[in-house]
Ligand binder design. Structure first.
Ligand code: GLA
Length: 788
């Protein structure tokens, strides 16, 4: 809903509203567009103008915006902030004119109300299919130059979201240089906030960090050329008391996959400014007469019910309005990926054997990872030459895909289309297609260079090659990888004056290619990957409905990674695999059941050599697969709840509940077992308090070898730890762990909780003892009883 008061005056008031959120702005007599309130929904009344608050005197040594008025821009809550007229906080738009001057001053001109969604051109954005919305366009005009700045606001009713982006139009005769143009400038009148960011690195992505906002400027950014794993392009501000279920929580996320920056500034007046947009470092865009420049879209998400409310809004936005309608709420297949099973060392026979095992265990999609194209036996070669390696695949992709499909599995393939190896035909033919400098040796990441996607010829070539691959393999799924960050940033295609726009033009080129491929192959399920989660952002999700969360498949590390990721991204977007032991990333050995219990809260896959597993593991995996299939819908698309605001020493608990509240699944994960641990209770979230639920623990199995010599007091015979007999029994016999099952009223589950059996306390075990142990976990499934 968008209300506009005094629409014909020079000082209208705008109230953009969703089911739970209000965003109110007005225009001051000096023409400045200011924010009056952003947060919990308020009624639209004639009194909203009185929310304007400012110093009614000249403050200290401030510079005044206009002679004769006491207003300084430095203390206004501005919707867009310029440089040169007395706002000394970071400007959200910074331009220079042909004469070298840098002052700009945008004031209100008019507004337009559009039916439906208006989106930035050539960039991914919240989709308008299934949306009932209008867009408010507020037009600001530069006081002196013939240039307009257009601010767009679209409320997304069911997701507590306001989408924003800006457009600059050059109506003048001069070329304008844009040095910085942020997607949002969000000013608050106070600094009573804590900020949350998702920071990390390779194999440790999106760790949730929370800290008080401080005077000065806090920046997160990426100069890597991709959004990167160091900081996700997202900033949250929460009131200090915010926990999982209570408190005001704002989340700002950028729908963009290139260099970005996000800033939180607390001014001397204790006002907080948040900005998010294309990085102002290494950016310059020349805007010629008659041209327009659009920023990427930023989504501003608000919830007054804590971090769960915030995430649920983000998840709803992504599931219902970002992911392509073709894939929305479509259950995703359980896959087997050969990467950690074989790395580069495979042939068709090995792949087929792996696929057979996978099919036998109930999996649905076989994914052929890196190493299938000609000469690719390690990572020094062949990127850019997307044709089959005849030694590994004597019947080509076509032959392999046929065999896989004949087994009843879908066929998927790995590609890394943005890259080129120096040792490739493509590079030999077109050395100038790589991003590199002509007068110095390039720096490498994984021995490879990045293709210049600012050049349409490059994109055309890659499109044609991929077209061949996807058709030859008759592929159902594509893992689109991107394994190095930018260095030697220079394009042989762009003119000198456009070099500083390389990264943005590259990102636009990538989006154009993805748009074309998604249209040409609507039935291919794309999963985006960048050495794991180095480009996990809303921009990529627009084209590819899922992302490889992290190269770290260790279950314990994944708890932290998936916990942080879930702040913004729903389980339906998170690729999550069960891998071998020990973990290839941290050398930790975790129970196979925990590896599953963590991966189950994402898009389940297996990435280990199934042909070499013990028969215990094979049987257990088959049971996991069938459990996942039964609960897949809720695990992928249920409403997600974290039971604590952050990860602590105590077991981590999260859960999903289906739309009808008929079912829930709770995940419980313990890192280390403590001696004589306390009794534990889990309060169930999001359920129907008037219903009765039957709750059951998922039947899990323990490898008796894990008991070592401790098994002997319970057996009539003596088993040698590590001996043949132990291994025979272990493989034949699945030792089921404690089974907890009961009926309970919803209000009791919600307010008193699920009383878990006590954990092993050092002396003996019974069928009502939970032997969780180090890195142990449980799943509990609740179902509404309708027959009562
Ligand atoms: C990246 C990906 C991995 C795998 C390899 C293949 O590291 O993140 O999952 O596909 O590339 O080279």
């Amino acid at each position: 809903m968008i209300y506009i008061d005094r629409p014909d005056s020079k000082q209208p008031l705008f109230h953009v509203q969703t089911q739970n959120v209000s965003y109110i702005m007005t225009v001051l007599p000096n023409g400045k567009l200011v924010n009056l309130h952003y947060g919990k929904k308020v009624s639209h009344t004639p009194y909203l103008g009185d929310l304007f608050q400012n110093y009614d005197m000249q403050v200290g040594s401030s510079t005044l915006y206009e002679q004769g008025s006491n207003l300084t821009l430095d203390t206004l809550l501005l919707e867009s902030s310029c440089f040169g007229k007395g706002d000394y906080r970071v400007p959200s738009i910074y331009l220079s004119w042909e004469d070298g001057a840098r002052t700009s001053d945008f004031v209100y001109e008019s507004f337009l109300l559009h039916e439906g969604k208006v989106s930035p051109k050539g960039l991914p954005s919240v989709r308008d299919e299934n949306l009932q919305c209008d867009t408010l366009e507020i037009i600001l005009k530069e006081r002196v130059k013939s240039v307009t700045l257009h601010l767009f606001y679209t409320p997304i009713d069911d997701a507590g979201t306001i989408c924003r982006f800006s457009r600059l139009i050059n109506h003048s005769e001069e070329v304008i240089q844009i040095h910085n143009m942020q997607s949002i400038n969000m000013d608050f009148s106070h600094s009573d906030f804590e900020q949350i960011s998702l920071d990390g690195m390779w194999i440790r992505e999106r760790q949730m960090h929370r800290q008080a906002v401080r005077k000065g400027i806090y920046t997160i950014d990426s100069k890597k050329g991709v959004s990167g794993a160091n900081h996700n392009p997202m900033i949250a501000l929460v009131s200090p008391e915010t926990d999982a279920t209570r408190g005001d929580a704002y989340g700002f996320a950028l729908m963009y996959s290139g260099n970005f920056c996000g800033k939180v500034e607390v001014s001397p007046y204790e006002m907080t400014r948040v900005q998010l947009g294309i990085s102002d470092f290494e950016f310059k865009w020349n805007l010629s007469p008659g041209e327009a420049f659009d920023t990427p879209e930023a989504v501003c998400v608000f919830a007054s019910n804590g971090l769960n409310g915030l995430s649920q809004n983000f998840h709803q936005l992504i599931n219902a309005h970002v992911v392509s309608p073709h894939w929305q709420y479509k259950e995703r297949p359980i896959l087997i990926n050969n990467w950690e099973a074989t790395y580069f060392d495979f042939d068709q026979k090995k792949l087929v054997a792996l696929a057979k095992e996978a099919k036998h265990m109930g999996m649905e999609l076989f994914v052929l990872d890196d190493g299938w194209f000609k000469g690719r036996n390690d990572d020094t070669t062949s990127l850019g030459d997307w044709t089959e390696d005849a030694k590994k695949l004597p019947n080509g992709l076509k032959g392999l895909s046929k065999k896989i499909k004949a087994m009843g599995l879908d066929f998927g393939i790995w590609v890394e289309p943005e890259m080129v190896s120096e040792n490739s035909e493509l590079y030999k033919e077109h050395p100038d297609w790589a991003i590199k400098l002509n007068d110095r040796k390039p720096s490498y990441g994984r021995n490879q260079l990045i293709l210049d996607f600012t050049n349409p010829d490059v994109i055309e070539n890659i499109y044609e090659q991929l077209n061949y691959v996807f058709k030859q393999g008759n592929v159902d799924y594509v893992k689109w990888d991107m394994n190095r960050n930018f260095t030697d940033v220079y394009s042989n295609y762009l003119p000198k004056e456009d070099q500083m726009s390389l990264n943005h033009r590259y990102t636009l080129g990538l989006y154009a290619l993805l748009e074309r491929l998604c249209n040409a192959f609507p039935n291919i399920l794309f999963e985006s990957c960048s050495s794991g989660g180095n480009r996990y952002d809303l921009g990529m999700l627009y084209y590819m409905p899922q992302t490889w969360t992290s190269d770290n498949t260790d279950a314990v590390e994944r708890i932290d990674i998936q916990f942080g990721t879930s702040l913004v991204f729903p389980p339906s977007t998170m690729g999550a695999h069960v891998s071998g032991r020990p973990s290839h990333q941290v050398l930790r050995t975790t129970p196979i059941e925990t590896r599953f219990n963590v991966a189950a809260f994402g898009l389940l896959g297996y990435e280990l050599d199934l042909t070499k597993l013990s028969s215990f593991d094979k049987k257990v995996i088959a049971k996991q697969v069938s459990f996942y299939k039964k609960h897949r819908k809720i695990l992928q698309f249920g409403t997600f709840y974290r039971h604590t605001a952050e990860i602590t020493e105590k077991p981590t608990v999260w859960s999903v509940v289906d739309e009808t509240k008929n079912q829930f699944v709770i995940g419980y994960y313990q890192k280390l077992h403590r001696p004589c641990p306390p009794l534990e209770t889990i309060k169930v979230m999001g359920i129907d308090e008037d219903a009765v639920y039957e709750v059951q623990s998922r039947t899990q199995y323990h490898n008796i070898a894990g008991f070592g010599e401790l098994i002997n007091p319970f057996l009539p015979i003596n088993l040698k730890d590590g001996g043949i007999l132990q291994s025979i029994i272990n493989n034949r016999y699945l030792y089921a762990l404690e089974k907890q099952s009961f009926l309970q009223q919803g209000d009791t589950l919600a307010n008193v909780g699920l009383k878990l059996y006590a954990q092993f306390a050092g002396t003996g075990i019974s069928d009502k003892t939970r032997n969780v142990g180090d890195f142990g976990s449980r799943l509990y499934v609740g179902s509404r009883r309708i027959d009562l």
